[in-house]
Ligand binder design. Structure first.
Ligand code: ADP
Ligand code: MG
Length: 443
C-alpha cells in the first residue's frame, strides 16, 4: 500500500472518531481509491449526487488532509456506477463500521489487547482472558477478575469484548458498569418495562458487568442478575465480572450468586511492578504521540505507583513542556515534581503546622505560643519552628513571630537542634515524619 493510501485510511478513521455525524464522513468512507500517484488521489463514488456533493468540497478535504498529516494532495472524484450485482451487495446499505459496533456494545476505543502490557502481576488474568476469547462460554464461565483501582480490569474485560466482536460482529456483546445495571433495572421497574430490560440482557453472547460489587445488598437487582446469569450461561453465552475484591469479600452478596461467581475462574490482578509501570507509561506516551526519554520514564514510574496517576502525570508534564521542548526529558520531570511539591506546600498554612504539632503531642496551642519555658513545651515549640521553616519555607523572623518569640535566634536554634536530633534519634525522626505526612495528606 502506498504511503498516501495508508495516510488516507488513517485520515478517514480519524474523521470517524472526531466527526462521525458529518455527511462527508460516510460518503468518503465508501468512496473507493481508484488510483494514487505521488500527490494525486482518485476516488470513485457511486452516484452523481455523491459526486456533486464531494467534488464541491474537494479543496476543503485536501486542506483537512494536509492538517492531518502535512501531506499535500490533489483529490479527484469520479463516478463509477456499480453493476447490478454490486448494487444488491451491501455496499449501499450503511453497514455500521466496527467502531460503531464497539460503541453500541458500550466499549471505549482506548482499550484493546494491543495496548495492554503483560507482566507477572497480570499474566494469569491475561491468559484467562485469551482462553475466554478462544472458547467463549465454555472455558471459564464466569471469568471473575478482581484487583485494586487501576490494575487494568476494565482494560482487559473490554479487550476480550473487542476480540469477540472482531471475529464476528453479529455477536451480541454488552459491557455494563455495575451501577448502570442497577439503575437501568430500577428504571425499567418504574416504567413497567422489565420485559425490555430482560430482552436486552438475557440473550447476550457476552455480558460484562464491570464492578459487580455494586449490585450487592440490593435484593431485586441480585435476583434479576441471577436470572440473567443463568439465562446467558445456559444458552452458551459468556459472562465476565470484575470487582475490587474477591467474591467472598463482597458484603451482602446472596449465597446463590456467590456460588455462581465461584463456578468459573476467579483471578486476581496485582498492582503493577516497576517494569510493568514503565511499559504502560511508554504505551501511553506512544499513543499520545509524546516523546519521552527512558530516564524520565524511570523517574516517573518510581514515584508514581498507580496506573491512573501515570497517565495523569504524563499529560501534566507534557502540557508543561509543550512548546518549549520537543520531548520529555529528566529536566522536565524534575521540574514537574519539584513544582508539584511547592504547590502542595503552598496549600498548607502555618496554623495547620501548629495545630498538627499540638494535636500530635496533645498540648494546647496557647501553651505553645505562651512564654512558658517548661522543658516539654519548649521542645514541642522547637519542633513546630523546625517544621515551619523546613516545610513551609518561612524565614526565621516569620517563624519567631508566629510563636510569639521576640528574637529570631530562637528559631535558628530550634532549626539546628531539631535538625541534629533527627539525625541521631530514629524515634524523633519517625514522629516528625508522621506529622509532616499528615500535614500534606490532609490537603
Ligand atoms: P481498573 O478497571 O482495574 O480500575 P483500568 O482498566 O481502568 O483499571 O486501568 C487504568 C488505566 O491504566 C487505564 O488507562 C489502562 O489503560 C491502564 N492500564 C492498566 N493496566 C495496564 C496494562 N497492563 N497495560 C496497559 N495499560 C494498562
Ligand atoms: Mg475499572
Amino acid at each position: 500500500m502506498s504511503l498516501i493510501s495508508s495516510y488516507w485510511k488513517d485520515f478517514i478513521k480519524n474523521m470517524g472518531e472526531k466527526d462521525k455525524n458529518s455527511i462527508i464522513y460516510p460518503l468518503l468512507r465508501q468512496a473507493k481509491i481508484q488510483s494514487v500517484s505521488d500527490e494525486k488521489l482518485t476516488l470513485s463514488v457511486i452516484s452523481a449526487s455523491q459526486f456533486d456533493f464531494l467534488d464541491k468540497r474537494a479543496d476543503q478535504i485536501e486542506a483537512s488532509f494536509f492538517d492531518f498529516c502535512k501531506q499535500k494532495i490533489e483529490i479527484n472524484f469520479i463516478i463509477i456506477i456499480p453493476t447490478k450485482k454490486k448494487i444488491e451487495a451491501p455496499l449501499l446499505s450503511f453497514e455500521p463500521s466496527i467502531e460503531d459496533v464497539f460503541a453500541k456494545a458500550g466499549l471505549n476505543k482506548k482499550y484493546n489487547f494491543d495496548n495492554f502490557a503483560v507482566s507477572t502481576s497480570n499474566q494469569v488474568a491475561y491468559a484467562a482472558a485469551q482462553a475466554v476469547v478462544n472458547n467463549p462460554g465454555s472455558a471459564y464461565n464466569p471469568l471473575f477478575l478482581y484487583g485494586g483501582v487501576g490494575v487494568g480490569k476494565t482494560h482487559i474485560a473490554q479487550s476480550v469484548a473487542k476480540k469477540i466482536l472482531e471475529a464476528d460482529r453479529n455477536k451480541k456483546v454488552y459491557f455494563c458498569p455495575g451501577d448502570n445495571f442497577t439503575n437501568e433495572l430500577i428504571e425499567s421497574i418504574r416504567e413497567k418495562a422489565t420485559g425490555r430490560f430482560r430482552k436486552k440482557y438475557r440473550y447476550l453472547n457476552l455480558l460484562i458487568i464491570d464492578d459487580i460489587q455494586f449490585i450487592a445488598g440490593k435484593n431485586a437487582v441480585q435476583e434479576e442478575f441471577f436470572h440473567t446469569f443463568n439465562s446467558i450461561a445456559s444458552s452458551g453465552g459468556q459472562i465476565i465480572l470484575t470487582s475490587d475484591r474477591p467474591p467472598s469479600a463482597i458484603k451482602n452478596l446472596e449465597d446463590r450468586l456467590h456460588s455462581r461467581f465461584l463456578g468459573g475462574l476467579t483471578v486476581d490482578i496485582q498492582p503493577p511492578d516497576f517494569e510493568l509501570r514503565s511499559a504502560i507509561l511508554l504505551i501511553k506516551a506512544k499513543e499520545k504521540g509524546v516523546e519521552i526519554d527512558i530516564e524520565a520514564v524511570k523517574i516517573i514510574t518510581e514515584r508514581i505507583t498507580d496506573c491512573r496517576g501515570l497517565e495523569g502525570a504524563l499529560l501534566s508534564i507534557y502540557a508543561k513542556t509543550f512548546g518549549s521542548k520537543d520531548k520529555i526529558d529528566l529536566e522536565a520531570v524534575e521540574m514537574f515534581f519539584s513544582q508539584d511539591n511547592r504547590e502542595k506546600k503552598k496549600r498548607v498554612n502555618p496554623t495547620d503546622v501548629i495545630k498538627t504539632v499540638c494535636s500530635f503531642y496533645n498540648i494546647k496551642q496557647s501553651h505553645l505560643k505562651s512564654s512558658s519555658r517548661a522543658a516539654s513545651i519548649a521542645f514541642y515549640r522547637q519542633i513546630a519552628m523546625y517544621l515551619l521553616e523546613k516545610e513551609l519555607g518561612l524565614t526565621l523572623i516569620e517563624v519567631a513571630e508566629l510563636l510569639n518569640r521576640k528574637d529570631h535566634t530562637t528559631a535558628l536554634h530550634a532549626k539546628q537542634k531539631i535538625g541534629n536530633l533527627i539525625l541521631r534519634d530514629p524515634n524523633l525522626k519517625k514522629e516528625v515524619d508522621i506529622i509532616t505526612q499528615s500535614l500534606f495528606q490532609s490537603t
